[in-house]
Each structure stands twice: as structure tokens, then as C-alpha cells.
Design a protein around this ligand. Structure first.
Ligand SMILES: [Mn+2]
Length: 459
């Protein structure tokens, strides 16, 4: 984000997409969304809109593991008609791949995405049947300022104002993507968040933030806190945490949300954390699903394990036994992995990068999340870029999760992880991509060895 966002320009494009959707009489709509909490929330908002419009619809989930050409082969039908609308939410910014496909079709495509656009695009030369709404092109931050679900909600609400009742879905999308307490929200995310509070669709609360297990006792919240991950407390034994709380005269079974202000201060002082802020709850849900951050994390986990469980969970008021067990297992592993990362030194460091080869220490399915939460918790030097991963047996390549801290990005707003990955790919090959803060790449072993020696040139 080099300059102040151009809101006027963005709203112009946004309004044009809305007007075209309303004015064109569609008989059918196909929604494609991303396989994460933000994507599923966006999908549900659009489904509610299409239902209200009495439109027939189908939906698909895209996990970005195949090219758009291959993916769409199974979805685009031989018979083309401009009576069909394609709505892509939280995905669709790979225009280099998508534009040639869309140009040959009669259907109208509405892309509502907030991921960074990798290739330089000329917005004025897009096909006429494509309405490309991406606020990052106009200088907005896709994480703090506008989530995929926020953009989708704004779009749907403009078409059917009663969609506001489904606005709570937006809060889940925001929490899932931003990984921050709600006081950090800006711009459209903030406007929508406040609207949802006013409408009593969500509740905004203030207190000790221990994301991961906010709904439980202070003992469990501390033990399984992934944001912040508290060195020396999170991931430790019950005994250790109980004695920590006993020295403060706090009953370990006290619910975290019921702690008094003075108890919170004691914990902050003794644990050396200043984790205090706003979090959102859902008045119509119960238990863990009441807590927006945990609800979003639950969806993110299920999207990888069992996508249909994720799609049905968002409609439930209480958690299923299956989802609960998947979640506890995940949190336990993640806190353990973060403990490993924060207590062991990196094997290899340069002036600008840290390499952590974690094969054998962290299971490959957890590399990406371990890297993300290491970054948001600044478990490594925040002035450096983290490369976490190792060799992947099935592909024989090196798989790396790449992360930078917000601190790093604040110093040079245009040098995010997605740019670093582009430069690596250009010189060393490989496949990958990402956001400003997070991304991933697969490289050959030979390229990885070159990367380790030349990494500072790419950063
Ligand atoms: Mn998103």
C-alpha cells in the first residue's frame, strides 16, 4: 500500500458491478469460493442473496492447488448463455489465467476478491463480461481493511438490504483472515463491524485476549493460547499453569471471560504480556461457536480436514463432537509446534532471512499454520523473513512456507512476501504465491540450496 487508498475509484468499480448484476436478468448463478473461513462465510452470504432473489444456484470450492483452466473444465458447460452469472468470492485474482478463459465465454463473471494481484493488469482492457472488484488495486489492505467476506457482504447488501441479517457471517470471515483482535480493524472492515454491533448481530467485548481457547477456563485458555503464544506458559503442563495461577490467587477454573480487571492485570504482569483488546461473540450460537475467532479457526481447520463438515458447521448453533475433537487435536499440536519453534534456534540464518528445517519436528500438514502463528507472534526476529519447511516426500521437492512480520512490512510497504516469491520464481523456478504477509513455494533441492546462499538478494 504505497498511497492512501482511492475509495472513490474503488466504489465506482464496485457500483458498476452491483448495477450490472441487478440490471441483467440472470436465471442461474454459480458461486466459486475459497476453502477457508473467509471463503465459506462469503459463500454463505452469496447463497443467502441468491435464495432471496429466487435464483437457481450451484456452488464450488477452489483450493488453488490446480490451475483455473483445469479447475473450470469441469464446471463450465458446453452450452453457453449470458443468463448465467459466475460469482467468484475470495478467489479469482489470477487474471493472467482467468482472463483468456472468460474472454471466450458468454456468461457474466463477477469477481469479488481481496487477494493481491500478482501480475500488472490493465483494468481498462478487461473483457466486457468480467466485473473485477478487488480493493487492493486501489490501495486497500486486504487483511486489516477489507476481508473477502466484507466485500461480499457489501455487494450482497447493496442488492438486497435484508442481507444485513446474515452479516454475522462477515465477522467470521474478518476474524479468520486478519488474525487480530477486533480493535485493529480499519476502513471497510471497521465500518461493517460497527454496523453489525449496532444491529445486535454480533457483540463486541473487551478483555484479556487468549485466542484459541477464549471460551474455556483461564487454565485452558493460557495452555492453548496461540495468539498470543506465551513463552513458558502456552503448551506447558497443567501443573505448571495451575501453579502460575495459584501464585496469583486466581482459581484456574475461572472462565477467562469472567476474570476481573485486577485479575487480568496480575496475569499480564506476571506473564509479561499486554494482550488486551476487543473480541466478537455471536449471540445466537453457543459454546466455542459463540466466539468469532475460535469459530473462524475451527472452519479454517475443517476446510483442510473435511470440507463438507466445514460447510455445514457454519449453519450450526452448537459444535459437533467430531469438529470439537478435530479442533482440540489441532490446537494441542499447534501450541506444541510453537513451543518447539520458540525454544530451538534456526539451523541457518542470513542477514535478512531465517531458515527453519522442521521435517521430523513438525508434521508437514502443520507447516503452514506453524509458520503463520510464528510470524504473528513474532517468535523469530521480526526484521527477517521466515522460510519454514523441508523436503516433501511425495513430490521430492522442498516445500517452504514464507512469512514476514507486520513490522517488516511497515518499513517497506511494497516489499511483501508475494513480491519476494515472484523474484525467487523468476530466477530459481518453482511454483507458489501468496499475500503480502504470507505465502509458499515449492522448489527443487538444487534451487533450494542456491536460495539459501543467495536469499538476501531476493529480499
Ligand atoms: Mn480471504
Amino acid at each position: 500500500m504505497a498511497d492512501k487508498p482511492d475509495k472513490t475509484k474503488f466504489l465506482e468499480v464496485f457500483n458498476k458491478a452491483v448495477d450490472n448484476f441487478i440490471d441483467h436478468y440472470f436465471s442461474r448463478a454459480i458461486t466459486i469460493s475459497h476453502n477457508d473461513a473467509d471463503g465459506i462465510s462469503s459463500l454463505n452470504i452469496i447463497q443467502n442473496l441468491l435464495y432471496k432473489m429466487h435464483l437457481n444456484y450451484d456452488y464450488f470450492i477452489y483450493n488453488r492447488s490446480v490451475s483455473w483452466a483445469n479447475y473450470l473444465k469441469g464446471i463450465l458447460s458446453k452450452r453457453q448463455t449470458d443468463q448465467t452469472a459466475f460469482i467468484l468470492t475470495d478467489v479469482g485474482s489470477n487474471l493472467k489465467e482467468l482472463v483468456p478463459i472468460i474472454r471466450k465465454r458468454k456468461e457474466k463473471f463477477f469477481i469479488l476478491d481481496h487477494h493481491e494481484v500478482e501480475d500488472q493488469i490493465n483494468v481498462d482492457s478487461l473483457p466486457e463480461n468480467l466485473f473485477f472488484v478487488n480493493p487492493t488495486i486501489y490501495g486497500f489492505d486486504g487483511l486489516e481493511q477489507i476481508a473477502g467476506a466484507t466485500l461480499t457482504y457489501m455487494f450482497a447488501k447493496r442488492i438486497k438490504p435484508s442481507i444485513i441479517k446474515q452479516g454475522w457471517l462477515t465477522a467470521i470471515g474478518i476474524a479468520g483472515d486478519s488474525l487480530r483482535s477486533m480493535d485493529k480493524l480499519q476502513s471497510f472492515n471497521r465500518e461493517v463491524y460497527e454496523e453489525l454491533i449496532d444491529e445486535e448481530l454480533i457483540e463486541d467485548k473487551k478483555g484479556l485476549i487468549l485466542f484459541g481457547n477464549m471460551h474455556e477456563s483461564i487454565k485452558n485458555s493460557l495452555k492453548y493460547s496461540i495468539l498470543p503464544f506465551i513463552h513458558g506458559i502456552s503448551g506447558e503442563s497443567d501443573q505448571k499453569i495451575n501453579s502460575f495461577l495459584n501464585t496469583l490467587n486466581i482459581n484456574p477454573t475461572t472462565k477467562t471471560i469472567d476474570l476481573t480487571d485486577s485479575e487480568i492485570k496480575e496475569i499480564q504482569k506476571k506473564a509479561d504480556i499486554d494482550s488486551y483488546g476487543h473480541y466478537a461473540t455471536l449471540p445466537n450460537k453457543f459454546g466455542i461457536l459463540k466466539f468469532v475467532f475460535e469459530h473462524a479457526l475451527m472452519l479454517n481447520i475443517l476446510c483442510f480436514k473435511n470440507i463438507s463438515a466445514a460447510l455445514s458447521l457454519i449453519q450450526l448453533k452448537t459444535i459437533t463432537r467430531y469438529a470439537k475433537s478435530v479442533y482440540s487435536e489441532y490446537i494441542e499440536h499447534l501450541t506444541n509446534n510453537l513451543k518447539t519453534i520458540s525454544s530451538e534456534l534456526a539451523q541457518y540464518q542470513t542477514e535478512k532471512a531465517i531458515f527453519m528445517e522442521v521435517r521430523g519436528k513438525v508434521p508437514p500438514s502443520n507447516w503452514s499454520d506453524t509458520a503463520s502463528f510464528s510470524a504473528v507472534n513474532e517468535l523469530f526476529n521480526p526484521d527477517k523473513i521466515l522460510f519454514l519447511g523441508g523436503s516433501e516426500k511425495k513430490s521430492g521437492t522442498i516445500k517452504l512456507s514464507i512469512r514476514c512480520s507486520r513490522n517488516f512490512l511497515n518499513k517497506d510497504k511494497d516489499n511483501g512476501v508475494n513480491k519476494i516469491i515472484s523474484r525467487i520464481k523468476k530466477e530459481l523456478g518453482g511454483v507458489g504465491g501468496g499475500h503480502k504477509l504470507a505465502g509458499g513455494i515449492r522448489l527443487s533441492k538444487a534451487s533450494y540450496n542456491i536460495l539459501k546462499t543467495k536469499v538476501d538478494e531476493f529480499i
